[in-house]
Write a protein that binds this ligand. Structure first.
Ligand code: PLP
Length: 463
């Protein structure tokens, strides 16, 4: 089968990213554009359109209007996902050899750019739930304790990255965290890949958007948490802690010279759609419906985990002795396609289309799964093995470029990793280049590899 034939395959229910639910929730204007003769709209960077970095043209005008609307200094559309813009934002904050403070749940794109640019991460641990295997959102007290562990005179920190909300939708109070960083003059990049729509919904008791919480840099994945096409993203910036020229230079460094006009138009239309009163009220209704779905399922004793993002339905399969991968395969076979299987849970992304038929189908399949699957008594995720504040034993860029050998993970105890070990999704590294595979880390990864096929009998490059 060719890729193109697969792309039209029908599933009963698609609850994965992109969040436009296979076109159902795409903005009307984009749908209209796509109805033109195929490819007609695939234009180069003509002067009338320009590019995200042009001073004039339709893209520049649109970016200006959106920034003004939200009181940002500026914004840039991106066509290489949130990944590309996070990487540009990071190298705008830190030069090679400098240090960035980051949580253990950063996306792999951060680690890749650190390796490439010799930017040194200092990781801080997060509270970890052994019930779900997920990191909990960071609190102000937690961050204060982290700051106490760092000697800011000895180590010049160039900035901080925070991830909020997480993939599953956990989010804390960003404003107080950002304030704490600003007291130390540290710029803050918020990876809000999963929370773009918070910016448009101040009235729905959702987490306050990073952009309205004084972040210096905010990256939104428009295909994950708005109704954009895959790869669309936007970077917002504010304040004076990050040099604007550095930011432009960094975007220029990593951006393709031929950004897709379709994707750029999708960036514009997905944001515009949420600024349109009629569409906004439709989406807000869907968010309220999603909250109701959650409540009804909980009432039926289905083991859901509460997060701050109503569009994520997180099923705690482990409560019934079923791992998330087995549950995922079962739902897939029955046409209900989820987003994120993990050892203890399975996460569905409701997206922005109407989901009235989800509830009954989900309940029916869950009951069937309970009847049909073997229950494991020993399903237990180990506590994460990290110190509160920890840097790799060897600088990440050096380890990345070192000579390595490829060995079975089972033989890697006490060696230094030259690899990033990162099951995808969720794309959160378990180990980065330069880190030691000590006994705790070894056991933690081994424990997860019992279930995750990415980690079964895998090899690792070590120094
Ligand atoms: C927290 C987080 N940040 C960034 C990204 C990258 O987003 P994109 O796929 O738009 O590049 C992801 C993707 O999974 C993510 O989960």
């Amino acid at each position: 089968m060719s890729i193109s034939s697969f792309l039209t395959k029908k599933f009963l229910k698609s609850l994965f990213f992109p969040a436009h639910n296979r076109g159902e929730a795409l903005p009307n204007k984009l749908v209209k554009l796509l109805k033109n003769p195929p490819g007609y709209w695939d234009l180069p960077e003509l002067p009338e359109i320009g590019s995200p970095l042009s001073q004039s043209g339709l893209i520049s005008k649109s970016q200006r209007e959106f920034s003004d609307k939200f009181g940002a200094k500026g914004c840039f559309f991106g066509v290489n996902g949130a990944s590309g813009l996070i990487q540009s934002a990071l190298i705008a904050m830190a030069s090679p050899g400098e240090t960035i403070l980051m949580p253990r749940n950063v996306h792999i794109s951060v680690i890749k750019i650190c390796a490439m640019q010799n930017i040194n991460p200092i990781f801080f641990d997060l509270e970890f739930s052994s019930e779900t295997g997920h990191y909990k959102p960071i609190t102000k007290i937690w961050l204060k304790n982290i700051f106490k562990k760092i000697n800011f005179n000895e180590k010049k920190i160039a900035g901080v990255i925070l991830v909020s909300p997480s993939y599953h939708g956990y989010a804390g109070d960003l404003e107080s965290l950002i304030d704490l960083c600003h007291q130390k003059n540290l710029p803050v990049l918020i990876d809000e890949a999963h929370g773009s729509y918070f910016l448009f919904c101040e009235n729905l008791d959702l987490p306050k958007s990073a952009l309205l919480s004084n972040a210096d840099l905010v990256v939104h994945s428009l295909h994950k948490s708005l109704n954009g096409l895959t790869q669309t993203a936007v970077l917002w910036y504010n304040g004076n802690l990050v040099d604007e020229h550095n930011l432009i230079k960094s975007i220029n460094l990593l951006q393709t010279t031929s950004p897709s006009s379709l994707l750029l138009s999708s960036c514009e239309e997905s944001i515009k759609d949420w600024l349109n009163k009629k569409s906004l009220s439709k989406y807000q209704k869907r968010i309220l419906e999603a909250k109701k779905i959650y409540k009804k399922l909980v009432k039926k004793n289905i083991p859901l985990i509460e997060t701050q993002d109503p569009l994520k339905i997180v099923l705690n399969t482990s409560k019934f002795g079923i791992d998330g991968y087995t549950a995922d395969k079962f739902f897939y076979r029955h046409g209900l396609i989820a987003e994120l299987p993990e050892m203890m849970t399975l996460t569905f992304c409701l997206g922005f289309a109407n989901q009235r038929d989800f509830l009954n189908l989900f309940e029916k399949l869950w009951k069937k799964l309970l009847l049909n699957s073997q229950k494991l008594k020993s399903l237990k995720v180990l506590q994460s093995p990290f110190k509160l504040v920890q840097a790799p034993e060897i600088e990440i860029g050096i380890a990345w470029r070192s000579k390595t050998s490829n060995i079975p993970f089972s033989q890697s105890l006490n060696k230094i990793s030259g690899d990033i070990i990162c099951p995808y999704p969720p794309g959160i590294p378990l180990l980065v280049p330069g880190e030691k595979i000590d006994l705790d880390r070894f056991n933690w990864i081994k424990n997860q590899s019992l279930f995750n096929k990415d980690l079964v009998n895998f090899y690792i490059r070590v120094l």
